[in-house]
Design a binder for this molecule. Structure first.
Ligand code: HSE
Length: 434
């Protein structure tokens, strides 16, 4: 009988409890697949007495996760505490220093301290696995780290935040405002009481930094990502997208360009017939464009106890099998530093919605300013006159540009504003080729 892999698990929230349950339910299958049993032997959480619907009898209890992490009787430390700081960081560090493999779902910790942790893992020749940190159940880390080792990836992009995709889906389907859909998402438990981290794009940025690191060999660094959230999206934008054959999704995009790796998070027009556009509600998806092959899209639940636990258990299973891959797909010394995406150099198509002053010459002025910046227009649509409250004589105008530099678009819009032919701020949404 091969010795079991002994697991110490810290954090018994929804995901932690699901991991305990899943390892129990899949005991024999896991032993068969890994060639040895997997056993949780010790746990740590804030409250010992809480009823979590799982049986913790026979497991050693640690009040301090840092102590559990270094316990000589465990082989693997599973960190499901969350948060960028302590105790999660101290516990993971302590486990790696003690020569134990680590499995974590902690995107914040990896995005900020991933390089330091990977360095420790490398020194001690142990695994640092984090499939659950990005895209929930979707095996995107494994796909990028191992499955596509022989490919040259040009771009990776995805819907990495279920809250935002839920809100955009409801806005599109029901014609509701952002605020109304956010309230609904909060009522249903999809959005936090303080939703800013999700809706302002920072959750997506942390996850993207991890994907970009795995894909392009750069050090994960959310600060090098351009980030825009979804709170400015109006029902009028979704209606226009629908009419023009697009959907709006909050995407995290990392792409190879002439200037280096461009990493950005922003609302995006995606073609309605693309795979990513079919992803609705809280579901996540990632598309990979690699040289010489058709795009690959992986779709699945991005959050939730069972979905996230499935990724955690798969990571533990790899350790039980003796599989160890460089955490960020190459030795730490070969990771390069990424620079913040200079968005003024971003090249792509744009959707622009303006509230134009309804008088002769307005359209000509707008067209002139675009032409001066050498922006080629794919379409210009003047909508019906604006509803009451949008200002007398205001007419929504929607422009779609061909691929152009962002700098040119911003300069043209600034000129149009100075010409006083529009009221309010223009809405600008990037179009992603897909
Ligand atoms: N807040 C995240 C989301 C949960 O909405 O997708 C998973 O990281």
């Amino acid at each position: 009988m091969v010795a079991p892999l002994k697991v110490g698990l810290a954090g018994l929230g929804t995901v932690g409890a699901s991991v305990v349950r899943l390892i129990g339910q899949q005991r024999s299958a896991l032993a068969l697949r890994c060639g040895r049993p997997i056993e949780i032997v010790a746990v740590s959480a804030r409250s010992r007495g809480k009823d979590r619907g799982i049986d913790l009898k026979g497991l050693r209890w640690f009040a301090d996760p840092v102590k559990l992490a270094a316990d000589p009787d465990i082989d693997v430390f599973v960190e499901l505490i969350g948060g960028v700081g302590n105790p999660a960081r101290a516990a993971v560090t302590s486990a790696l220093k003690a020569g134990k493999s680590v499995v974590t779902a902690n995107k914040a910790l990896l995005a900020s301290h991933g390089v330091a942790l990977a360095t420790l893992a490398e020194k001690r020749a142990v695994a640092l696995n984090f499939e659950a940190a990005v895209g929930g159940v979707i095996p995107i880390v494994k796909t990028l780290r191992e499955g596509l080792s022989g490919n040259s990836i040009e771009r990776v992009y995805g819907i990495l935040n279920g809250t935002c995709n839920y809100i955009l889906t409801r806005m599109e389907q029901e014609g509701l405002t952002f605020d109304a859909c956010l309230k609904e998402a909060q009522r249903l438990g999809y959005a936090e009481a303080n939703p800013s981290f999700d809706v302002d794009g920072h959750d997506t940025a942390q996850k993207l930094s991890i994907l970009a690191s795995l894909t392009f060999g750069i050090k994960a660094d959310p600060k090098s990502i351009y980030v825009e959230g979804i709170s400015s999206i109006a029902p009028a934008d979704l209606a226009a997208a629908e009419e023009l054959g697009y959907r709006i999704k909050l995407l995290g995009v990392a792409v190879k360009t002439g200037q280096g790796i461009e990493q950005r998070v922003h609302p995006t027009f995606v073609r309605k017939d693309s795979a990513i556009a079919q992803v609705m509600g809280v579901t996540n998806a990632v598309t990979i464009d690699a040289e010489g092959i058709a795009p690959i899209t992986l779709v699945g639940a991005g959050a939730g106890g069972v979905a996230t636990a499935s990724a955690v258990v798969a990571d533990i299973a790899d350790i039980a099998r003796g599989v160890r891959v460089a955490p960020f797909a190459r030795p730490v010394g070969r990771l390069t530093t990424s620079k913040k995406a200079p968005m003024q150099h971003h090249e792509g198509g744009y959707y622009i919605r303006l509230l134009a002053v309804d008088k002769p010459g307005t359209a000509a002025t707008i067209a002139k300013r675009m032409a001066q910046q050498k922006i080629s227009m794919e379409s210009i649509v003047q909508r019906h006159r604006g509803p009451a409250g949008q200002g007398k004589g205001a007419v929504p105008v929607i422009l779609i540009t061909y691929a152009t530099a962002e700098d040119a678009v911003r300069k043209a819009l600034a000129a149009v504003k100075r010409d006083r032919v529009i009221s309010g701020e223009p809405q600008l949404i990037r179009i992603e080729k897909n």
